[in-house]
Design a protein around this ligand. Structure first.
Ligand SMILES: Nc1nc2c(ncn2[C@@H]2O[C@H](COP(=O)(O)OP(=O)(O)O)[C@@H](O)[C@H]2O)c(=O)[nH]1
Ligand SMILES: [Mg+2]
Length: 231
């Protein structure tokens, strides 16, 4: 009985996520869902990424998922990027209906990349499609080498793995090469991008990856194909 209930919740989530994806494609909005455990550095990566994109003329908006507070939303707001804060009131992940509600508060015509910072949790967010084009899993170098093997669904779902806080590598004892091999074993071919938002190391590769993914999506006919279908 319980299993049936979970399945039906996920089915309804997937239906709403499909509608979101179609809508974002029609509007030409590339959506990126950031997932990680709490404190891995999602908000900090956004704080470092958004100004660079602004300088390139890429228009961003952010949906911030949090249990109770507006702290991350306020941090993002200080970058001058439009932000909608969602509070799950204890819920361990965002779902598609929450994202659909947040979209109503954004002017999608003025957005090229929509960032969704999920609730900090490496388990539940992996189960919920939010209508994004790309999921990025973040793992900081202080979380330990075993995390990909312990939480494979997040790494399977993601289209890229960003390893954060590389400035702390000398102190963390993490074996970056072994981490890369483990991630490769779980999700062969997935891009593996080490960065430090603090020192800027790796940020260029991260931004280049992002631009490549967005162009690939546009080239696949993302927005154009959707417009043609819409008539
Ligand atoms: N040393 C270092 N600390 C970082 C880096 N990125 C984030 N942090 C710190 O890690 C903590 C959690 O970061 P935050 O972005 O709030 O993580 P989130 O919960 O995933 O959004 C904060 O104290 C950040 O200053 C980094 O590249 N290097
Ligand atoms: Mg955060």
């Amino acid at each position: 009985m319980e299993v049936e209930l979970v399945e039906s919740v996920l089915k309804s989530n997937d239906r709403i996520a499909r509608e979101i994806r179609e809508r974002l494609e029609r509007e030409g909005v590339f959506a990126v869902n950031l997932i990680s455990s709490p404190g891995a550095g999602k908000t900090t990566l956004l704080e470092a990424t958004l100004p660079s994109l602004q300088r390139q003329g890429v228009r961003c908006a952010v949906i911030e998922g949090d249990l109770f507070t507006t702290l991350d939303g306020e941090r993002i707001g200080r970058t001058g990027t439009p932000v909608v804060q969602l509070n799950t009131r204890g819920g361990c992940h965002l779902d598609a209906s929450m994202v659909a509600a947040a979209l109503e508060k954004l002017d999608l015509k003025a957005v090229d990349i929509l960032w969704i910072e999920n609730v900090g949790n490496l388990v539940c967010p992996a189960q919920y499609d939010l209508g994004e084009q790309l999921t990025v899993v973040l793992l900081s170098v202080v979380e330990g080498n075993d995390k990909p093997l312990k939480y494979p669904p997040a790494f399977l779902r993601a289209g890229a793995c960003v390893v954060t806080k590389t400035d702390l590598l000398p102190y963390s004892g993490l074996d970056l090469e072994r981490l890369k091999q483990d991630v490769e074993r779980i999700h062969p071919g997935m891009p593996f991008i080490p960065v430090s938002a603090r020192t800027g190391e790796g940020m260029e590769a991260w931004l280049a990856f992002l631009e490549r993914e967005r162009s690939r999506w546009q080239g696949r006919g993302g927005p154009a194909a959707a417009r043609m279908t819409a008539g």
